[in-house]
Design a protein around this ligand. Structure first.
Ligand SMILES: *[C@@H]1O[C@H](CO)[C@@H](O)[C@H](O)[C@H]1NC(C)=O
Ligand SMILES: *[C@@H]1O[C@H](CO)[C@@H](O)[C@H](O)[C@H]1NC(C)=O
Ligand SMILES: *[C@@H]1O[C@H](CO)[C@@H](O)[C@H](O)[C@H]1NC(C)=O
Ligand SMILES: *[C@@H]1O[C@H](CO)[C@@H](O)[C@H](O)[C@H]1NC(C)=O
Ligand SMILES: *[C@@H]1O[C@H](CO)[C@@H](O)[C@H](O)[C@H]1NC(C)=O
Length: 400
């Protein structure tokens, strides 16, 4: 009898030990961040250990910075700094595959981290790195209306993605070094407005749900294969692109001075889009379809990174007061989506780390931009861009 009891006690103690050894943090934001760090994700290096300037790393760094500010845990700060030091040389030159003359907006997503580190350390090399990125703008090709091309290899194309990648940096740089440069504030506002005007779905089209949201991109020259003959926009509304644009709105609003007219312009855009994003949720799950214009069509699915970006944007928009939520519908919608996310897309590895699934692998307008192109098997695990978006959504959720 005693032997049995002892044995059971041992089993009990063993299980307590095992579960505490593998305990997960109570905060999903911390869990997501710590899991990325444990796997060495977003550290300024690629899978082979070579320096890499990547928007995904910049996105994670933005989340880690917010977590550092919230928790005071220096591990997050050190990880950000190591990640940047892997791509910025001691003389401030940016490596990791960056080349200004390719006119790419994606790499600039790491720029806000350069500015942050300059703020924190006063080290000239971070300012030089930020200057190198800033110096891309005067040479970066634009459409006749003034929109930065998404890349040199995509002439005359504006993509929603580029707003999140390039304009948060543009705004943060202006705030830090040229706060009274109204030409820059005007230019940043113009980037948002042109994307909005040129991609908004302003009428119903055959076989597509009318959402009033934004198509993925447009070709000002109307010459690429996917360009609509009327306004040059691409054929589908893609969750991730709109997710980026909505995060860019709430993040840029916190940077652009309220005294500049661009602030009100962006507020208007946000206030137009928020109810439409809420209206586009799937009524049962509360989340959103990958191709938002074709809900329920075979091959379409609920995409996890875009959902996380919407949750971040909706909750931040309400928390900061950019939109009013008098009947509580916006927050309720975001919270329902968040619950679906943690129930369905968080994977507990059982070793103290978590993972995140159902993020689309790619989504670029370098193809025909068709429905068939966007759908496809989502990544299963180990996807940083989705995990970083989930960390951001969790940071907002946990303070809502
Ligand atoms: C800080 O975060 C790291 C993981 O990223 C964790 O191991 C450590 O326990 C945290 N420190 C504190 C004081 O919470
Ligand atoms: C860093 O940011 C703080 C708070 O916004 C500000 O007071 C300080 O002047 C900044 N430092 C630098 C070097 O930009
Ligand atoms: C950075 O420089 C400013 C102005 O010279 C100074 O006020 C601030 O304390 C410095 N910050 C750090 C972290 O050294
Ligand atoms: C202000 O911003 C504009 C547009 O980016 C730029 O061309 C100009 O050089 C900036 N002016 C100053 C004084 O920094
Ligand atoms: C965008 O469209 C609005 C409404 O039609 C118009 O007032 C505004 O001037 C346009 N902005 C740009 C930059 O084209």
């Amino acid at each position: 009898m005693f032997v049995l009891l002892d044995f059971m006690l041992l089993l009990f103690l063993a299980s307590v030990f095992v579960s505490s050894a593998c305990a997960r943090p109570s905060s999903y934001a911390v869990w997501a961040a710590d899991s990325a760090i444990a796997r060495g994700q977003g550290n300024g290096l690629d899978d082979n250990g070579n320096p890499l300037v990547s928007y995904e790393h910049g996105e994670l760094q933005w989340a880690l910075r917010l977590l550092y500010e919230q928790t005071g845990n220096k591990t997050y700060y050190d990880y950000i700094k190591t990640g940047v030091d892997n791509v910025v040389a001691s003389d401030g030159s940016v490596g990791g595959g960056y080349s200004a003359t390719q006119f790419q907006l994606d790499p600039l997503r790491v720029g806000p981290t350069f500015l942050y580190l300059y703020n924190q350390t006063n080290q000239t090399k971070y300012r030089k790195a930020a200057d190198e990125f800033r110096n891309q703008f005067p040479i970066h090709s634009r459409t006749a209306q003034g929109q930065f091309w998404h890349k040199k290899i995509y002439p005359n194309q504006g993509w929603l993605d580029g707003i999140y990648m390039g304009d948060i940096f543009y705004a943060a740089y202006t705030q830090m070094f040229q706060p009274t440069n109204n030409t820059a504030w005007d230019d940043i506002t113009l980037q948002f407005t042109l994307m909005f005007n040129n991609t908004i779905q302003n009428s119903a089209t055959p076989n597509h749900t009318f959402t009033g949201l934004l198509y993925h991109g447009y070709d000002y020259s109307h010459s690429t294969i996917w360009a609509d003959p009327d306004r040059g926009h691409s054929p589908e509304i893609w969750i991730r692109a709109l997710g980026w644009y909505s995060m860019a709105l709430v993040d840029a609003l916190a940077i652009i001075p309220t005294s500049h007219p661009g602030h009100a312009v962006l507020l208007n855009i946000l206030r137009t889009l928020v109810p439409r994003i809420v209206a586009a949720t799937d009524p049962t799950s509360g989340v959103w379809w990958l191709v938002m214009t074709q809900p329920g069509r075979a091959g379409n699915y609920f995409e996890s990174s875009g959902a996380a970006m919407f949750v971040y944007s909706l909750l931040k928009a309400v928390r900061v007061g950019y939109v009013t939520d008098s009947d509580g519908k916006i927050v309720a919608s975001a919270k329902k989506a968040y619950q679906y996310m943690v129930d369905n897309w968080v994977v507990d590895h059982g070793d103290g780390t978590m993972d995140w699934k159902n993020t689309v692998q790619v989504g670029s307008l370098n193809t025909d931009g068709s429905y068939a192109y966007y759908i496809g098997v989502p990544t299963d695990l180990n996807d940083l861009k989705g995990l970083a978006a989930f960390a951001l959504a969790s940071i907002e959720y946990e303070q809502s």
